[in-house]
Ligand binder design. Sequence first.
Ligand SMILES: [Zn+2]
Length: 444
Amino acid sequence: MAEILIQNADTVLTMDDARRVVHGADVLIRGGQIAAVGQGLETSGETVSGRGCVVTPGLVNTHHHLYQNLTRAVPGAQDALLFGWLQRLYPVWARFTPDEMFASAQLGLAELALSGCTLSSDHLYLYPNGSRLEDTIHAARDVGLRFHPTRGAMSIGESDGGLPPDSLVEDERAILDDMIRVVDAFHDPAEGSMCRVGLAPCSPFSVSRELMRDAALLARDKGVMLHTHLAENDEDIAYSQAQFGCRPGQYTEELGWTGDDVWHAHCVKLDVQEIDLFARTRTGVAHCPCSNCRLGSGIAPVRAMRDAGVPVGLGVDGSASNDMASLSAEARQAMLLQRVANGADAMSAYETLEIATRGGADVLGRPDCGRLEPGKRADIAIWDTTGIASSGSWDPAALLLAGPTQVKHLFVEGKQIIRGGELTTLDLPRLIERHGQLAQRLMQ
Ligand SMILES: [Zn+2]
C-alpha cells in the first residue's frame, strides 16, 4: 500500500483523545489512513516536508449551501434580515439549472479545500429546472473532498402561506421518493466513506409537520442522518410559537428530530432547556458565526452548549449570507464571537480548532475523521507558518490569532489535493472563469 511521510513538522496538533501536541514530528500515511504520528518515522515511499509548518486534522464544514456562491453580494440582499433576504434571492435561485449546481459546488468545495477543509456537508433544498443532488456529488468527486450532501426540501410555497415562490417547492410524496432514490444510489455507510447522504427538509417554516416526521422515520429506516435550520433568529422563534404553539426545541423533540443522528444549523436562540435537551440526546449543532453576524441573527450560546456537552461543529453557511466560504476564517470568527459575548477567556484558539476538526467530525457522525492518530482517515491540513501572516508568532495558536488562512498542502483519504497552495485536482482559473460566466447570466 502506498505510503507518504510528512516529515519534521514544527508542530502536529493531533486532536486525539489526549489532545497531544507533538513538536518536530512526522505523520505517516498508508493508503487512506494514518499509520503513525511520532518522531523519526521512516518510509520507502514519498516524503513531504513539514518544516516550518503546523499540521492539523483537516477542518470539517457542517453546514453549507454550495449553490449560493453564484449569488454573492446581491444588491437588495446585502443588508436585509433573514426573511427579506430569502424573498430577494428565491427568484434568482429559481433560474438555476444542473450547470449552476455543478459549477457552484466545484467552486465552493475548492474554496473550502484551500481554507483547510477536508470534509464538507451540503444542504441543497431546491431543485429547479431538472437539478439533482448528484450534480453536487459529481462535483465533490472531481474536487476530491469527502462529502456529506443532504437531500433538502421545501414544500410550502407562497400560495400556502410560505415564503418561497410556488415554482421552488415540491410535492411531499415526490420529495420522499427522491430522498429514497439518492440514499439508495449514493450513501456509503462504510468507515472511510467518501460520500454519505443525509435528509434535510429546509426548515420548520418551509415544510409541513408531516414531512418533518416522515423524513425522521425514513432516516432511521435507512440509517442516515437528519439536518435542518433551527432557532436561527427572533423571527424564527416567533414563527414557531405562532404556528406550532411551542419553541423549536419542543417541536424537534415531538417529531423525532433529536439524537446523535441529527444536527441543526445555527441554534442561535436555543434557551437553557433546549441546550439541556440537545446535550442529553447528543443532538449536534452547526455553528455558523459569520452568517449569524452577516444576517444580524445574534450570537449562538456556544460556550454554554460546549459546557453542557452539546456536540458543536462549524459551518460557513451558504455564500449568499457569509459571503466568504473560508473555514479557517469561520473558526477565527467563532473564537472572537464567544469572546464578545463572554470575555477574552471564553474560547481559546486551541478549543476553536478542536471544534473545527474533531468537533465537526463528531457532529457528522464521523469518529473516523477529525483527529490525527493511527487508524483514522488521512485527512490532513498543513499550514505554512513561515509567511507574513504568522511571522513573529510564538505559538501554533497563531493559526487562528494570526494566520495563515490558506493551506500549503491538503490530504483527503491520503490523496494530496492541494500541493504548494495549488489545487491538484482541477484547473482552478478555468473553473472561476466558467463560474463567473454563469453568475453574469443570472444577473441579466
Ligand atoms: Zn443555511
